[in-house]
Design a protein around this ligand. Structure first.
Ligand code: ADP
Length: 191
């Protein structure tokens, strides 16, 4: 299996680049943010719980997120591989993901970490708010909180995969196509 963690701060372009990777490598896309938003839209218990955190730019608790992600992986036994987008966002989530994949006799192939300067992230998110309808994009304080949560809780996950020699840092600036090219190159080097 080819299992990719697409990593980066809010606004780094994970969603956009996931689309390119899915079609190139026939992967199943699991984006935790999208799954939470789907649950919010449908008024599920999980959605109600997640919304309280998401609206403030905080992380949904690990226990809830890990349980949901495990269930999504279990739903796709036919998958040739996964692209994890927005997960893992904490070291406990990374450990849970490793354990889940090990139980299926597979593992993470690589983590691709998109790097974008903070000022550009803020501009991209405010611009996205005009079309995304996402409350967490529309408010600069919430955006700044999301970036702070990323720096404090999520960025350490890079070291977790670096220790396994699986981390590739990718310049996330420039045209969408040029970033896609960089990602393809990094993946192909691991195949
Ligand atoms: P972005 O990366 O652009 O901020 P996402 O759509 O990936 O947006 O996530 C939106 C929100 O959903 C996060 O701010 C967080 O509240 C919640 N969320 C998504 N993934 C996770 C996760 N793995 N763990 C905890 N919370 C998460």
């Amino acid at each position: 299996m080819l299992n990719i963690v697409l990593f980066g701060p809010p606004g780094a372009g994970k969603g956009t680049q996931s689309e390119m990777l899915i079609s190139q490598y026939q992967l199943v896309h699991l984006a935790t943010g999208d799954i939470f938003r789907y649950n919010i839209k449908n008024g599920t218990e999980l959605g109600k719980l997640a919304q309280q955190y998401m609206d403030k730019g905080q992380l949904v608790p690990d226990e809830v997120t890990i349980k949901m992600l495990n269930a999504e992986v279990e739903k796709r036994p036919e998958a040739k591989g996964f692209i994890f987008d927005g997960f893992p966002r904490t070291n406990p989530q990374a450990e849970a993901l490793d354990a889940l994949l090990a139980s299926k006799n597979t593992s993470i192939t690589c983590m691709l970490a998109l790097e974008v300067p903070e000022e550009e992230l803020k501009m991209r998110l405010l611009k996205r708010a005009e079309v995304s309808g996402r409350a967490d994009d529309a408010n600069i304080e919430v955006i700044e909180n999301r970036i702070a949560v990323y720096n404090n809780e999520t960025a350490p996950v890079k070291s977790y995969f670096d220790k396994q020699d699986k981390l590739s840092l990718i310049d996330g600036t420039g045209s969408i196509e040029s970033i896609t090219e960089r990602l393809f190159k990094a993946i192909d080097a691991k195949l």
